[in-house]
Design a protein around this ligand. Sequence first.
Ligand SMILES: Cc1ncc(C[n+]2csc(CCOP(=O)(O)OP(=O)(O)O)c2C)c(N)n1
Length: 369
Amino acid sequence: MPSPQKSYSGSEDYLPHRSGPAIKAGRRVFSGFDSLPGDRCLEIYKIMVRARAVEERTLKMSKSGEGIFWVGGPGEEAFNVCLGLQVQKGCGPAFDYLHLHYRNLGIMLAMGMSMADHIRQMAMTATDRHSRGRNFVCHYAMPEWNVIPVTSVIAVQYVMAPGTALMQKRHGGNGVSVVLGGDAGSSEGDFSSCMVWSTRPGNELPVLMIVTNNGFGISTSTKTQHSERNISDRGEAFGIPGEVVDGNDPVATWFALERAFEHCRTTRRPFLLEAMVSRLHGHSSSSGAARVHNETDCMRDFERRLIQEGVIHRELAELVWHDAREEADAAVEQVMSEPMPTPDDVDRFTYAPSPVDAVYPEDYTGLPR
Ligand SMILES: Cc1ncc(C[n+]2csc(CCOP(=O)(O)OP(=O)(O)O)c2C)c(N)n1
């Protein structure tokens, strides 16, 4: 790939002189009867590329010793970016709450998080805003955007979401509690608890339940574990409407998410959306995270469509990739010069202050020795 000169910053058009306007006026990209305008497609595409560039760079970090453990979402960018762009971002019950899974980088980038704030957690630096270098990558926590701390214990987020949704319903407004998890996690009791708590008669809650179905729980195929036709069909017994969407198709995803959000915002009741996505690498670095080539790549598919339908030029696509990779490299370089946590602060932020602290003044954790 050539190394084009950098001529882009922020939302300005790419290459206005070399190849005409970045977006051809009036172009739309269709999926069935739905279509998105070219400028929205370009916005989604650029964030998808940035997400993929960070994933590629952090995968390298896990191999080079600049980071230890990698987990992430290559193959889920189309779905995640569309979701992140539709979130009502803010702090408190008037805004959406996010109970995320560990493959949701695209959501956070689309909401405006910097690459560096993802990479700091990968490098486990003390400057990591989510966990001060003490948690795995993709385990975000941002109270200012209602991002509830991500846990490695799968599916527990489903049982937390009705809690924030209950507060939102009491508060008034149209905030939604969005919760995401994988297909394997949907077998946990927490998933059922979410359906029960979101549909108590007279106390229905605005929970947008999402399952990103990538067909695997680590190395176990979903097909060998589930006999229901769709995971989203399980909502039927609780009166929760649902939909299955091709999460590799950003246009279809955009409208499915619009419908789901609209339902929760206006009826103050739950919705269950199942997105069929790909997992383009092994589960995590613990299993080697090898690239697989027998699954749909939403990134390359969308790029091909945008070029074929005349929304963007190949030259523009190359420039977007070039800039995203440069941004990721620069972020890693910056982060690797930042301080690491020290042994003395290993207990900090682990336990909230409690009255027991006074009883055990020498022991920061407040626990008996
Ligand atoms: C309660 C619990 N059981 C088991 C594990 C081990 N584990 C980690 S990831 C994973 C598979 C999760 O698969 P899925 O929910 O489909 O999400 P995906 O990783 O495919 O996105 C399992 C079983 C865990 N972290 N927590």
